[in-house]
Design a binder for this molecule. Sequence first.
Ligand code: GUN
Length: 299
Amino acid sequence: MMAPTAFLLDGKAISEGVLAQVAEGARALAKRGVKPGLAVVLVGQDPASQAYVASKGRAALACGFHSAQHTLPADTREADLLALIARLNADPAIHGVLVQLPLPGALSAARVIEAIAPQKDVDGLHPVNAGLLATGAIARATVPCTPAGAMVMIDKACEALGLTLDGLEAVVLGRSNLVGKPIAQLLLSRNCTVTIAHSRTPDIAAVARRGDVLIAAVGRAEMVRGDWIKPGAIVIDVGINRIPAPEKGEGKTRLVGDVAFAEAALRAGAITPVPGGVGKMTVAMLMANTLAAAQRAAG
Ligand code: GUN
């Protein structure tokens, strides 16, 4: 096969730059006697969630934060989870509260997210933060971590390709509150013409091909094929899908994105890999949001 021609957006390198700035900000706060504190709540034993939560805790410590993990059983009653959130809301050592999603069983993600104090909602999922983003008050909003990280990568791609976002066509595949909707708002705020396509969109490939910027956030392994890519497009792959990898041995698995990388890289102008792409940025932007929450609390 031909070598990929696209500019590779290296999540590891870009996230390390963000994390270095966050650590510097934390050192400046420490001189004023303030240590940013992040509490991460994990309910149940989903292996992927366990891995994500562990990497968030490690990153917090590496940034010089106070890090607390609360692990609750899958059969936790909603009232008990809400009581924990109320305690974290009231704890002056905690500036950021994150409840890892998805939640097991009958727990309501909406009720749980709405219980987090908006100023401690470092996930940016509380309706107050979503509303600030949707009304264009981005400076006062906490922006969800994955969309915020994707925007950093899009800016890097524009720099590398000599493009400006203003007026470009952006196509977002997926309409989740976590990624699709907030990233569409961010692209709109940067004057892109934004289309959100989803599982009920007819001929989604033709819609995707309009995108100068294409965001794949559907959670389906390698759904986006090479011929879905407009030549020269910036392709941001938000998917993290575990698929069988018999070539690595029986029962082995590997991670792939929502984009068929090898095919897409032949047409894209810039592209994120999976792993080592947007996922790394999500954790870095969570640290940036936590630092910002601590800075605001410190006045
Ligand atoms: N599950 C997958 N991504 C995320 C995220 O960004 N935040 C939370 N809370 N849960 C997630």
